[in-house]
Write a protein that binds this ligand. Structure first.
Ligand code: 13P
Ligand code: SF4
Length: 312
């Protein structure tokens, strides 16, 4: 660690204690930000941790929808997002107004929203899911129609796995869309022993070439298996740091140096320190939206997936 970073880390740690704060960090964050995490994980684990923490302040090192979800779950805590510009372009591909219009076309449909969506969209949805539980959640639904927003590729994957016909919103992740099947084929030729693991936000042609399709933390669990010695990693480049740290003797091959989420990289150690010093920028979901959105998030967290097949 550089001296400059060491000084920042020391200051962050002292302030964190003083303010009774917890630092939740997503697996795609910069290496040095991952290293100051009280908890490092995927979207599902981060919301589960937000739900159970007894800290007064949550510093969310991730993107806006993640901090919003923490605010929905913990309305009495201060949720800080060290850079307000850290958004998720996929989450911005659907608005609540657009979803309301789509629901009018399909009044019987159960609405499943990927956690990568705004609080307003969650408020219009029946149940939320993440990449870690989407298959399980959709599997459990007894519904004449399922409307899945906003990720068409995750939706396509879940539909193929469950055999359920789903209406898909045409959203996508620009970072995962950069991963091409030709690159995977080349890497398979170059590393014939390597397992290919990809995120379900990848295109179907990429998913078709994978040995395993799973969330970011799912990839870390898969990498720990004895039989995995080399792994082609089909997701955002930031995960490589955690994989190498946790399994130092193994080889991890990023599928593309281009698979970078610029929003995730906006959070820096300096910004974490400033946000703790100033207790800002704060993400707070307005009460009337929160009260509607919590139903969809709670069903996911409580594992209460059964939604009546006829909607009132
Ligand atoms: P995970 O929940 O699998 O960590 O994914 C979050 C995300 O934004 C993927 O692009
Ligand atoms: Fe959104 Fe894609 Fe970045 Fe994940 S990697 S936060 S889905 S833009």
């Amino acid at each position: 660690m550089e001296n400059r970073d060491a000084g920042l880390v020391e200051k962050i740690s002292a302030l964190k204690k003083k303010k009774n704060a917890v630092i939740l960090v997503h697996n795609y964050q910069r290496d040095e930000v991952q290293d100051i995490a009280d908890f490092l994980g995927d979207s599902l684990e981060l919301s589960q941790n937000a739900a159970k923490t007894d800290a007064d302040v949550i510093v969310f090192c991730g993107v806006h929808f993640m901090a919003e979800t923490a605010s929905i779950i913990c309305p009495d805590k201060v949720v800080l997002l060290p850079d307000m510009n850290a958004g998720c372009p996929m989450a911005d591909m659907i608005t609540a107004k657009q979803l309301r219009a789509k629901k009018k076309e399909h009044p019987q449909a159960v609405v499943v929203c990927y956690i990568n969506s705004s609080a307003e969209v969650k408020a219009e949805s029946d149940i939320c899911c993440t990449s870690a539980n989407a298959v399980e959640i959709v599997e459990s639904l007894d519904a004449p129609e399922i409307l899945f927003v906003p990720d068409q590729y995750l939706g396509h994957y879940v539909s193929a796995r469950t055999g359920k016909k789903m209406i898909l919103w045409p959203g996508f992740c620009p970072t995962h869309a950069r991963i091409e099947p030709e690159t995977i084929k080349e890497l398979k030729r170059e590393y014939p022993q390597a397992k290919v693991v990809v995120h379900p936000e990848c295109k179907p042609e990429v998913i078709a070439l994978a040995d395993e399709v799973t969330s970011t933390s799912g990839m870390c669990r898969y990498a720990r298996r004895d039989e995995v010695r080399e792994m082609v990693v089909g997701t955002e480049i930031g995960l490589i740091h955690r994989l190498r740290k946790e399994s130092p003797g193994k080889r991890f091959i990023p599928v593309s140096e281009q698979a970078i989420c610029p929003n995730m990289k906006l959070i820096t150690l300096e910004k974490v320190l400033w946000s703790l010093e100033e207790m800002s920028p704060e993400v707070k979901v307005p009460r009337e939206i929160r009260l509607k959105a919590i139903a969809a998030v709670d069903k996911m967290l409580q594992g209460k997936f059964q939604i009546p097949s006829t909607k009132s």
